[in-house]
Design a protein around this ligand. Structure first.
Ligand code: ZN
Length: 154
């Protein structure tokens, strides 16, 4: 019966507080029992042999036991909830990562390529237009020069 204190429903130990040495001469560690029989009752535990000695000599009284067992249930169910939530979070993160990978490979590069093509087509068109304007104004200048020459000769 004593050994079961460590095995079932242990919620946490208090590793800082060391107890008397076990018969194997290892230091024992103060631990809180969370069994149905001894909820919240502290005891010393050997890493090798488990239960060693009760720290709380008295068993908890019936109402303490009841409220401690309720608290234990609450903690355990919250722990399950946290486990489920973090599993859901991991899954969501995995989906986001997968989405980012699928976005970066292919489709976005295709879009960028299309934009690049579009822009370089525009640049070519603009260069043609600029050349045309230069040619036109060049022609205009030539005409103006010809007219000036004509009037000066007069
Ligand atoms: Zn021991």
């Amino acid at each position: 019966m004593a050994y079961s204190e460590t095995s079932s429903a242990s919620i946490g130990s208090i590793p800082s507080s060391e107890g008397p040495p076990c018969h194997c001469s290892q230091r024992t560690v103060m631990t809180v029992s969370w069994t149905d029989e001894n909820p919240g009752r502290r005891f010393y535990k050997c890493e090798e042999h488990g239960f060693f000695l009760w720290h709380d000599k008295e068993k908890s009284c019936p109402w303490q036991k009841k409220s401690l067992l309720e608290a234990r249930e609450k903690i355990l169910s919250q722990r399950e909830e946290i486990k489920a939530l973090s599993a859901a979070l991991r899954q969501a993160n995995g989906q986001i990562t997968a989405l980012e990978v699928s976005r970066s490979s292919g489709s976005i590069n295709d879009t960028l390529k299309r934009i690049e093509d579009h822009v370089s087509a525009h640049i070519n068109e603009t260069q043609r237009m600029v050349r045309k304007v230069v040619v036109c104004s060049g022609g205009g200048l030539a005409l103006a020069a010809a007219l000036m020459v004509y009037y000066l000769k007069k």
